[in-house]
Design a protein around this ligand. Sequence first.
Ligand code: GLU
Length: 237
Amino acid sequence: MCGIVGYVGDKKAVNFLLEGLTKLEYRGYDSAGIAVDCGTNIFIEKAVGRLDALKEKLKNREPEGTVGIGHTRWATHGRPSDSNAHPHSDCSGKFVVVHNGIIENYMALKEDLISRGHKFISETDTEVVPHLLEEVYRGDFFEAVREVLNKIEGSYSLVFMSKDNPDILICAKQDNPLVVGLGKGENFIASDIPAIISKTRDTYILNDGEIAVVKKDSVKIFSRAGQAIDKKIYHKY
Ligand code: GLU
């Protein structure tokens, strides 16, 4: 269980992602990575070791996109390595996910996905999640995420990106912390408030089972059943 960040707005996402991950460094980690929507594709870079190793890899090739996610990993399934670092994607590269926690039933899900032709490149429990999304996606990103959440068991903070839905991040949590920071024309996701406190003091602190659909001008919260929730903003003084 380590760090997660996400950004949707008008600014270069990589700046907040790296700054936010730096603020979460105190939680400890063995690798780090980011994904940023770049129009034609979702750019992914990751590196085992310190955040500096990731920053070095990004030197002179930082993505320009304004929607992205970032992750620091504390390995539970699969050794610390570049390929086991998050974000993880599906076979097509259309879905990208970061995850803190453990997907308890990943073995059975992975075997089933492999029998359906999915190719796995990491040893993580997490990688089943983007492949599941690819499997169930019928054009409605939110419905696909709900379907995936109904299939996985365990503890998680998860953030989902979809190439077909470049202006949206969807996040969900179960037994792991996740907050959404509310800005003006930009919104933030983080596993802990220190990552976003310099940007905003207005947050939604997600409860287990809640799903947030985050765009630059709106944040909507839903139950796992898909019902809209009227959630109170928590203001941190
Ligand atoms: N279980 C996942 C992995 O081993 C996530 C670990 C974490 O919480 O950082 O990649």
